[in-house]
Design a binder for this molecule. Structure first.
Ligand SMILES: [Zn+2]
Length: 362
């Protein structure tokens, strides 16, 4: 089985660097070792992502987030108490991505020519089965738009390379309502979508609650994808897409990245007591979700990978057969066993998102 290039459409790399204090230039075992005995977060010592592991898994390109939520006083959800603080947090995250570019670890991809240059560079460095130290390409995205203090901040962010925005994350948002919240867009949300359309910023439909999802799809005429989202038909929860939502996305030419958080892969996951082992969570359920999207779409042209690995969960709440992100390379064999052709597998691993980006930026 050849080892295809992988595009991971959702990684919170800068959040890990700045909030978990992880230097992603270290190896995964070194990062884990440095967190031994820490109990401040449930995923301490269980990280799966480093640049070395990404290169080993041929994850040569990713969609990397900026993420900072605004919450009102007394909100049960953690977050910043002003949009300005959230903006400052995302600017710090951007500074880390830029520092990693200066260090030769990452390369920002913000237009078609940069994408082609990166792919050539990556293949030249990593062809013939060698994993040289080539920069990992990243498309900058924003998970939850609360940090955009005004629409002018969106234009500033665009100048900095921002190319995809998910208007909401968990809970109520400034511009749209997210997972576990209810309601539509309102004037602010519609104005945000108009500005995204003008700037040709991709709408990430992930995390939108149903009402905000349908309103967004109606209001927005630009490119739409879902960076990390699974199927409601397999695990019922409003965080997951219904078949009707999947169909609407496919009609818009979207690619849907399948996420690896265990609670989105098996029903009735109980945080803290369920384990990947006692619930038998593996990449089999990841490929179930990929397959479901392909069945609904009627082709393998709309499914991708948006692992969300180290998105506030580690090995304690991910597929048991994923020790590090390098294990994404186990997916091709699983898909082949289900009858997917080499061409389909390449498309799922990166081709679909690459085609999407080429078209969005043409
Ligand atoms: Zn997310």
């Amino acid at each position: 089985m050849s080892r295809p290039l992988i595009l991971d459409a959702h990684l919170d790399l800068s959040m890990n660097a700045l909030e978990w204090n992880r230097d992603l230039r270290w190896t995964v075992p070194d990062i884990r070792e440095s967190e031994r005995g820490m109990v401040d977060r449930p995923d301490r010592g269980n990280g799966t992502v480093s640049f070395e592991a990404m290169r080993r898994g041929r994850v040569g390109i990713c969609v990397a987030t900026q993420i900072a939520r605004f919450v009102k006083r007394d909100s049960p959800i953690p977050g910043w108490h002003s949009q300005e603080q959230a903006w400052a947090q995302t600017q710090g995250q951007l500074a880390w991505y830029e520092a990693m570019e200066e260090a030769g670890e990452m390369a920002q991809i913000a237009d078609g020519p940069a994408l082609e240059r990166h792919l050539e560079h990556w293949e030249a460095a990593n062809g013939n089965g060698h994993e040289a130290h080539a920069p990992i390409g990243y498309v900058l995205s924003l998970e939850g738009a609360d940090s955009l203090v005004t629409l002018n901040h969106l234009e500033r962010a665009y100048e900095q390379g921002l190319r995809a925005v998910g208007p909401a994350h968990y809970g109520p948002g400034v511009y749209a309502q997210g997972t576990n919240a209810t309601g539509g867009l309102g004037d602010k949300g519609r104005a945000l979508l108009r500005e995204m359309e003008r700037l040709n910023i991709i709408l990430d439909a992930t995390h939108l609650c149903d009402e905000s999802f349908w309103e967004s799809l109606d209001a927005f005429r630009g490119p739409v994808w879902a960076s990390h989202n699974n199927c409601r038909a397999l695990v019922p929860h409003t965080r997951q897409f219904s078949d009707e939502q999947l169909k609407a996305l496919v009609e818009r030419g979207a690619v849907i990245g399948v996420a690896f958080d265990a609670w989105m892969l098996v029903a009735d996951w109980v945080r803290g007591s369920s384990t990947p082992q006692n619930r038998d969570v593996t990449l089999a359920q990841v490929s179930d979700n990929i397959d479901h999207i392909c069945q609904v779409a009627g082709s393998a042209l709309h499914a991708g990978i948006g692992s969300d690995l180290d998105g506030a969960f580690g090995t304690e709440q991910g597929p048991a057969d994923v020790d590090t992100i390098a294990d994404l390379q186990k997916l091709p064999a699983l898909l082949a066993a289900r009858g997917y052709s080499a061409w389909d597998i390449e498309n799922v691993c990166s081709g679909n998102f690459l085609r999407f980006l080429r078209k969005a930026w043409s």
